[in-house]
Structures are given as C-alpha cells and as structure tokens.
Design a protein around this ligand. Sequence first.
Ligand code: ADP
Ligand code: ZN
Ligand code: ZN
Length: 745
Amino acid sequence: MLKKIREVKADLFIQVVVPSPLRRTFDYRPPDNFDRQLLLPGVRIQVPFGNRKMIGFITGCSDSSDFPPEKIKKAIKVIDTKPLLDNHLLALYQWAADYYQFPLGQALQTSLPGQLRKGKPAIEPQTRYWQLTTDGQGTDLEELKKAPRQQQIISLLGESEKLTATEISTALGVAVASALKSLQQKGLIEEVSVGPQLVRPDPDNLYGQNQPLPLNKEQQDAYTVIKKGLASFNATLLEGVTGSGKTEIYLQLITDILETGKQVLVLVPEIGLTPQTIRRFENRFNREIVAFHSGLSDSQRLTAWLRAKDGSADIIIGTRSAVFTPMLRLGLIIVDEEHDGSYKQQDGFRYSGRDLAIYRGRQMNIPVVLGTATPSLESLNNALNGRYHYLQLTQRAGEAIQPEFQLLDIKGEALTDGFSDALIAKIHIHLENKNQVLIFLNRRGFAPILLCRQCGWVATCPRCDTSYTLHRHPPKMICHHCEGQKPVARECPECHSNELETMGLGTEKTEHTLETLFPDLPVYRIDRDSTRNRHSLHAIIEKIDVGDPCLLVGTQMLSKGHHFPNVTLVAVLDADGGLFSGDFRGQEHMGQLMTQVAGRAGRGTAPGEVVIQTYNSSHPTMQSLVGEGYVPFAMKLLEERRLGNLPPFTYMALIRAEAANRLLPEKFLETIGNEIQPKKGLLIIGPIPSPMEKKGGLFRFQVIIEATRRSELQQLLIDLMPIIENHPDSRKVRWSVDVDPVDFT
Ligand code: ADP
Ligand code: ZN
Ligand code: ZN
C-alpha cells in the first residue's frame, strides 16, 4: 500500500523533442531502471513514436502532463550519461527553429554526426590493435621455437608498430586468436585502443612552424581594434580587398585567443574549405585543428565533433552547419567571405550560418569577425549604422598591387566566339610576357541552346522551363536545373532537318575557342564538370602552379580561394547577365562576383589587369563598380534598396509551394495569403509564379511578405504556420517558408 502512494507521488513525465515535422514536444514516462539524475535537457532518449522507435532529445521534466495519462507511453531508454547538447546550444537551435519557422526536432539533426542521430554512444569510436610490450620487444625468437605461430606474430608486430587481429590473421593466412591469447598471457603483447586519426601526416605541412608576418599599418590598426574587443560580444566587418591580409589578421587573433585557453570557430563558404585553407591553419598552429569537410568518414566526423565538444580541439573549421558545433570553451567566431551565398541553406532548415554566428556570439558573449572583400548589403548596412565595427584594408599586403579595371564595350563589335579583337590582342601581350590569363564565364557546358535552323525548335527540358545545355565532354544534353539528361539530338523532332546549331557560350566552347586561337599553349578548364573529384582539381592547380604561360577558363569556382600568382590578366567575357536580373539581389551578386574574379589578377609581383566585356559600358551600375570600386557601388545599391523599401531596410519572407498540378500551388497560396490581415507596414506580393515556374516537373508559386519591422514579420509567420499546416491541401503541395530569402528562383 505504502509503495503505491510513493509511486503516484513520483509521477514523472519527460518532455522529448523528436525529429518529426510536428512543432511540439511529446511527453513520455521514464523508461525502466532510469536514473533521475540523467534526465537532463540535451540528453538523448529513445522513444516509441507511432509504430517506430525514434531518437529524441530531452528538453525538460515535469510532474504533470496535459495529455491523458493512459495515452502517455514509456520511453525505451536513456542513451547518454551527460547532455550531448548544452543549454546554450539548445537555446541556439530553439532560437533558429523559431526564427526560420522550422520544427525544432528536425533542426536538431543539423550538423549532428550521423552516428549520434542513429543513437550510437557519444564516445570516440575505437579500433583495437595488438602491439609488443617492452618485454615482447626483447623476445628471443628461439625461445618460441615450439610455437611457430606465436613466433610469426612476434616478428610481424616487430616490423609494424601495431596491427588489428584481422590484419594479423590476414597476413599469416591462419586464425590467430589462441596464439594472441597465449602471447598476451606471457606478457609479450598487449591490446591498445586507438581512435580514428583526423589528420594524415602531410609532408607539405609545417605544423606550426610558420611564423606570424609583421603586420602593415592597416592590418595593425584593424588587429588592434579587434583585439581590444576580444573579451566580450561585438561584431566586426573586416572589409579588405582580396589579398589585403585578412587571413593573416585572423591567424594572429586566433593566436591571442588560444593563449587565453579558448577555442575558435572558423566558418568558410562551401567552396572555400580546401586542403590549402586547412593547411594554412596547420602551418601556423601546432594545435588540434578539426575541419568538417565532406571527405571525413563517419567515425572521423563523430570524433571531430566530440573533440570540439570536450574542448580538446582548439580550432574548428567548417561550412555553415559548423555554426552548431558544440564547443566547451568557444572564444571567437570568424566568418570568412561572409557575403557568400552558401551560408544560407536553400532547402529544409533554411538558416543562415552567418546570421546564426552573430546570434551565437551574442549568446556566448564572445566576438564575431566577418571578413570579405565584398560585403553583403546586410553587413555593410550594419557596419555603416554602427551595429558592427567597420574596419577596412584598402591595400594588398606584401608586394602585390591592386589590379587595374577596364570596361571593353563590345556593342557593334565582331566577336570570335565571344572574344573581341581588342581582348584577343591583350591576351597575346600577357602571354608573350610569359604570364597566365584567366577567362571567366559563369556557364558550364558547351552552349546553353541547341536549336533548329529550319524551324526554330529549341531542345528544352520537359520537366523545367529551360533549354537543355549542350555538353561535349561527354556529349549529352543536360538540364542545369533538374540534372535531367538526354543524348544529343541529331535531327529536329519537329521538321526532321539535321541543321541543328548551338547558340551562346559555355566554358567547354570557350576552352575550344582558346585552343584554336592559341594553339601553342595549354588551356585549363575549371568548372564543376572538369573537377568532379577533388583529385582532378588538385591536378589542374598543380599544373597552373608551375607558373608557365597558359590560359584558364572557368566559372565562379575560379573566383574563390585559389591563389594564382602568375595570372596577370582576368577577362570577364559576358558581364551583362546580372545587370538586368529580375532578382533584387542581382546587381549585388554581380558586383561581388566580378570583384572576386578580378581579385585573382596580379596576386604575385607582376601587376594585374582586369577587362570586362559588356554591351552596357555606360550603365551607371557598371560605371560605378568599375570606376569607384565595390564599396561605393554597394553604397549606391543600398540607397536604392532604401528607396525601394527592400531588405535590409525591410524584412522579408517567402512562402513557396509547388506541385505537379499547376493549379494547386497557386490556389493553396491564395487561401494562405487571404488569411493575412492587411496592415500598415506590411506588403504581400502574390501568389506569383516563381521566376522559373516549372522545375523538375513541378509548377512553382510564391508569396512574398515584406514588413517594416522584424518583430511584425515574426508574429505574422507564427500566426500563419498553423494555418498552413492545417490547410487541407498542405499535404498535396510541397510548401516551405524561407525567412530572409537569398535565392528567388
Ligand atoms: P586575404 O585573406 O585578405 O585574401 P591573405 O591574408 O591571404 O589576404 O594575404 C594575401 C597574401 O599576402 C598572402 O600571401 C600573405 O602571406 C601575404 N601577407 C599578408 N599579410 C602580410 C604582411 N603583413 N606582410 C607580408 N605579406 C603579407
Ligand atoms: Zn526544325
Ligand atoms: Zn530540367
């Protein structure tokens, strides 16, 4: 009797968040044999969910529940013995889930190593090896004459430091378990457990031997300002032209932070996480550096995550999702190339790694440094209005000097496959001076259009509103929007003429043109197709690094990270696309891309030249970018945004819907839009078809919501979410909410 009363008193409900689209926590009873001390927020727990088992996180405990007691199930087991995510990190996820209107349970999966998602223990996966003991090292093999197998094992282990049992038995071609046991009993060998290696010994690596460079005046000034603020939260926009020595400043700040015993988180764009980047850090710091790149195995990723969490790794480098890395002693966050589009996730949990870095900095009361040559208008605005420190580096560090810009108007010019005579002449001069030339064209493939000369038919993707791009290596027609492929058409399906012709330029065609124009020199193409595996990019870059005259042609892959000291001429073949884009960020992105590409010129000692071919040389945007440089250009754009009531002066969200049935998404968004009460300071646009209305076989529509206050937009979205989720068609269309959208296609 007494026992029963005690049980009632001890009624305990665990709130659990599971990876489901439902935006709430679920109550469970404790599992059998539970330890009350372990039921802490951030601890993983396995629970029954529907007819499945799921791994969720505990968010809290309570002695009551709003659910009928008979419906509350018992949890299966508690997985961790201490929280996997601390309260700060849980709060970061919660804030992000709320802000981006995404279910917390699914958001929590972001950046969690796969093995932890699956419920594996949060310990470094170990491999067990056998090695000789000190006694074993001095074994007289003669003494083991009667046990030839043991003899073999001893000599095998003498040759290689340590081996797994499997390796030993494979090498000897026999089962070895009992021999190993005997040797262990004799004290000649011992078993050791070792975690996965995160870094492979690299002959090019100096492991901390690279000394800091003496900073120039501008660098010193910037460094001093940031260093003063290292003890608490503040954000800095470090705007410095390509090659101005921003990275050198980061490295010196990191040195300071490491000396205080804290860790550093470095976020880089997707394309920036190259072996060269990692090596630059390793060369400077003889510390444990963890880089979350796609080449890590599951075990390595788990190990890296755990070492960041327990504080044994000092420097963590990663792309946007690394902003969620647990870190025991975080002291500084650096976001390199903060303007880069890859910081915004474009599907599912549509967060901005850069913006969350700022949030995390404030939350942890630590500084955040945003570095770039071409600030986003958002960051520039924050720098100009004083929310961020604004530091500028206007000169290149070291010996390199800023390249000279030139607009080349091609109106009325006869072009040779996109090249004007003036440009060809310039290329000749640079090559004759034994330099390298880089041609930028942001379109891969051979040509974007294949058409029939007789009837005008164009090969188009049946699933998207777009033409197929013709590829030659290997020959195929590929849709760049859904990746759909087809063999190259040989005749027109409409009129059966075989007079098919390409229009427009891609990098493959430009490569071919350059090979014809400059037959004596190598031409290297760098785009997604030519660099499908890491190795091929490395091989091309090694050839370029030799420094002999050559031509490079490539897409925006060329605009970042790589350092080509012998490139003295950068030419942009077609600069006009971004000028007339329907997207309000089109000109900003064009300016960033041009400036970043131009930054590849003259990074060595020879001066560089940048030539931009355009049909619109008198266009004010083009004039401003080329004549005044990126920041004055960006300030003009910022003024236009202010006048147009566009971000960053207003706050925007996009509700998208798509379905195979063309009518459905529009109707769905129409009824959602009707739920929004008109209000001052609120602008609702749509539903309108997305810029690419049909993609991957689906018809796509969007509603744009613009508010003058962020809080107003947030409240509106909070009110809207249940309406969207409970809409009768919400399962028939694919819908999403995108807060602070970057990409409108
Ligand atoms: P960013 O990150 O702005 O592109 P980096 O830090 O990569 O610039 O510097 C560009 C080049 O200039 C690198 O080769 C770097 O070693 C060199 N450099 C940077 N700072 C200095 C300095 N104070 N003195 C001499 N060389 C420097
Ligand atoms: Zn035809
Ligand atoms: Zn397609």
